[in-house]
Design a binder for this molecule. Structure first.
Ligand code: 13P
Length: 251
């Protein structure tokens, strides 16, 4: 049985005061136990303050990226050990904004996934097709390729412990949500390729989140699908009420 997992991706938003207030508000409303795993992925510079504000609650901390090298002359980058050191548990990797705006390749993502797992962080590995690819009926090929290439070289047990996020690029920040049938189909396809590449138990264990315009009003129908194990939430995670509204869809 996969435990649902709802994560907020705050992206490059909020001031320090806003991060702290949001984290405190979530901590107060979620409390010490939740019906699912919950995390917020804050901007790097606000991670420590966010963690302090979440203290004592069931809301875990995640980062939005990491570099694969352990240390050294990599100006501006952050290592897995640094994220561990300040209390991160998760790290989003291969988000489409990093793939498309910053030019990250599957190989870059794969190196980061290896480093994150080796350092004890749980990666949330993002995959998703563009509108053009969907219209050209390439969705399955694109997400299979991204998924397998981003996870290349991992053992089945490593794969079983990580999280995949299916985020169709055309649904991110656009208000256009995939229908529950569209999302469920891709999640089921991802599980099929994981079962083929690794084994059925591994495919059954991996949690696959949906991301792309998830809101309180559409969360319940998406999350009720058998292969949708949670959500990676952008815009609606920036307010306590809307993030709590999505969490309410779980119980
Ligand atoms: P939105 O929920 O704002 O569409 O963003 C989704 C996302 O990219 C989460 O990582």
């Amino acid at each position: 049985m996969r435990r649902p997992f709802i994560a907020g991706n705050w992206k490059m938003n909020l001031t320090l005061a806003e991060c702290t207030a949001l984290a405190k508000g979530l901590a107060a409303q979620v409390g010490k136990t939740a019906a699912c795993d919950v995390a917020v992925c804050a901007p790097h510079v606000y991670l420590a303050a966010t963690l302090a504000a979440l203290k004592g609650s069931a809301v875990a901390l995640g980062a939005q990226d990491v570099y694969h090298q352990a240390n050294g002359a990599f100006t501006g980058e952050t290592s897995v050990a640094m994220l561990q050191d300040i209390g991160c548990r998760y790290v989003v990797l291969g988000h489409s904004e990093r793939r498309h705006i910053l030019g990250e390749t599957n190989q870059d993502v794969c190196r980061k996934v290896h480093a994150a797992l080796a350092g004890g962080l749980t990666p949330i590995v993002c995959v998703g097709e563009t509108l053009e690819q969907r219209e050209a009926e390439q969705t399955t090929d694109v997400v299979w390729e991204q998924c397998l290439a981003s996870l290349a070289g991992l053992s089945a047990s490593q794969v079983a412990g990580l999280v995949v996020a299916y985020e169709p690029v055309w649904a991110i920040g656009t208000g256009k949500v995939a229908t529950k049938e569209q999302a469920e189909q891709v999640h089921a396809d991802l599980r099929t390729i994981l079962a083929t590449r690794y084994n059925p138990d591994t495919a059954e264990a991996v949690r696959i989140q949906y991301g792309g315009s998830v809101k309180p009003g559409n969360a319940a129908e998406l999350l009720s699908q058998p292969n949708i194990d949670g959500a990676l939430v952008g815009g609606a995670s920036l307010k306590v009420e809307s993030f709590m509204g999505i969490l309410a869809a779980i119980s």
